[in-house]
Structure formats: structure tokens, C-alpha cells
Write a protein that binds this ligand. Structure first.
Ligand code: FMN
Length: 220
């Protein structure tokens, strides 16, 4: 993944959708960032605090424009080829904070999630590891044209799953690392081999090119 002449050629934005200082999802995001760096990618490790936004309000948007936190997310998404998002599960769905941020970011044109490869992770004290929240999170992201990797990693009983900063169980740690590496391989291939990009669009049942028009109305 690293070109000795030009340095890393895959840029990945990594962040967790939790504001908590002791966030388990933040811990998982940091681990994913480490795996990506090991694989030769250039990582931008962000915090939800960087993307602080008010509740979406159409009147506020007209009066003041899109807030600075969403502009920051747009800037960092556009500077990346791919993103890794570790999100808590709240009430069997995604936290309202991340949906609100996605809603603000969706107001930019061009829309910054469109065509970006994404990997979703979760960590929860529960036995399901927050996996239901990721299925909910896929919906707005895929609606916006993000290419969400099929395999998602959910760390169950996350409050007991870490030994220091690492996933304690060796087999689980291996699965996590393989999941992140597989995602990076696809993102890198899609960046360098346009035929793979086309294949993905065809997989969604759309003719090549139509994916670009996923959000904006198609002109007659
Ligand atoms: C409002 C709220 C709702 C929650 N709902 C769920 C849930 O549906 N499923 C689950 O596994 N955990 C749920 N939890 C527990 C979170 O998974 C847990 O607090 C987790 O540590 C949050 O992620 P963080 O450590 O990254 O902040 C909920 C927590 C809160 C505050």
C-alpha cells in the first residue's frame, strides 16, 4: 500500500461517534487507525468534538449556512479516500449525534459521502456488540452514496474485551485486523482500478454512472 517514492497512497479518516472521554468505540477506532497505519495508509484520526454541530434546523441553515463542525467533516472526508467509523448503538439504532452530523454534511454539494468507501465498527457492553446500530447507520450512509463494506465488526462485552489498549482475545483480535485490512484492500483497489468501481455500482443494480446521481435529482 506504500509507494516508496511517494509515501502512503490511501488516506483514511477514522473517528468514533461518541463524545465520552472513556468511549469504548474511541478505543476501537484507535485500534483500527493502528491497523491502517501498519498497512501503510495515511490516517487522519478525528474526534466527534471536531465535528460539533447544533441540531439541524433548516432556518438556521438559511440564516447562517452549514456550521463549522460539518464543514470540518466535509473537508476531512474530501481529503480522504475512505473512512472508518466506530459507532455506539443507542436503543437499537445509531446515536442521534451521528445522524444529526450526517444530516448537516448531506447538505453540501458535491455531497461528501458520495463514492467514499466506509467501514463500520461498534463496541458495546452488550452481547450483540452494538451490531444493530450499524445496520441502521448503513442506511443514511448508503443513501448518500457511501460504499459501506459488507463486513462490519462489533465488539461484544466491550467493557471486558480490552487488555490495556488491545483486544484481549487473540482470535478476535485477528478477526478485527483482517476485517480492517480487507476493507483497506478494497478501498485501495477501487482507487486505482476503475473497473472495480464500476463492478460495485453494477452490484447495486444500477448502470455505471448512475451512482453519481444518488442524491441530487436526475435531470430530465
Ligand atoms: C441512550 C443510550 C442507549 C443505549 N442503547 C443501547 C442499545 O440499544 N444497545 C447496546 O448494545 N447498548 C446500548 N447502550 C449502551 C452503550 O452501548 C454503551 O453506553 C457504550 O459504552 C457507548 O459507547 P461509548 O463507550 O463509545 O460511548 C445505550 C447507552 C445509552 C446512553
Amino acid at each position: 500500500m506504500t509507494d516508496p517514492m511517494n509515501g502512503p497512497d490511501l488516506k483514511v479518516l477514522v473517528f468514533a461517534a461518541s463524545l465520552r472521554a472513556e468511549s469504548l468505540n474511541r478505543k476501537l477506532a484507535v485500534l483500527a487507525a493502528g491497523v491502517a497505519e501498519q498497512a501503510g495508509a495515511s490516517v487522519d484520526l478525528a474526534s466527534m468534538l471536531d465535528f460539533d454541530v447544533p441540531l439541524y434546523d433548516g432556518d438556521l441553515e438559511i440564516a447562517q449556512g452549514i456550521p463549522a463542525g460539518a464543514q470540518e467533516l466535509q473537508r476531512r472526508l474530501l481529503a480522504s479516500d475512505a473512512f472508518i467509523l466506530a459507532s455506539p448503538e443507542y436503543n437499537a439504532s445509531m446515536p442521534g449525534t451521528i445522524k444529526n452530523l450526517i444530516d448537516w454534511a448531506s447538505r453540501f454539494r458535491p455531497q461528501p459521502f458520495d463514492g467514499r468507501h466506509g467501514l463500520l465498527l461498534s463496541a458495546s457492553p452488550s452481547l450483540a456488540g452494538g451490531n444493530r446500530g450499524l445496520w441502521a447507520l448503513r442506511v443514511p450512509l448508503e443513501h448518500l452514496g457511501a460504499r459501506i463494506f459488507p463486513d462490519m465488526f462489533s465488539l461484544a462485552m466491550a467493557h471486558k474485551a480490552f487488555a490495556g489498549e488491545q483486544i484481549a482475545d487473540e482470535a478476535l483480535r485477528g478477526r478485527f485486523e483482517k476485517n480492517v485490512q480487507a476493507f483497506l484492500s478494497l478501498a485501495e483497489a477501487a482507487k486505482h482500478y476503475p473497473c472495480i468501481k464500476r463492478a460495485w455500482v453494477e452490484f447495486l443494480g444500477e448502470p455505471p454512472g448512475a451512482g453519481d446521481d444518488r442524491v441530487d435529482p436526475v435531470s430530465p
